[in-house]
Design a binder for this molecule. Sequence first.
Ligand SMILES: [Zn+2]
Length: 69
Amino acid sequence: MDDIDRAQALETRQRQEALARFVSARRKPTSPSLTHCAACGEPIPEVRRLAVPGCRLCVGCQAQREATL
Ligand SMILES: [Zn+2]
């Protein structure tokens, strides 16, 4: 019983820590640019990542998204 309690406490703590990390990452105003496009998975050129801080999409997907907005 004690082992199960400890395991559950550990699991709960790990889940809370993971959630806290997730929330703080989302709250960051400028997250680091992705190395690969979030939509299609194509590599994002370093020049674009430096030019557009926090960019998540490749040029093609960004253009597509802006065209549909
Ligand atoms: Zn893309």
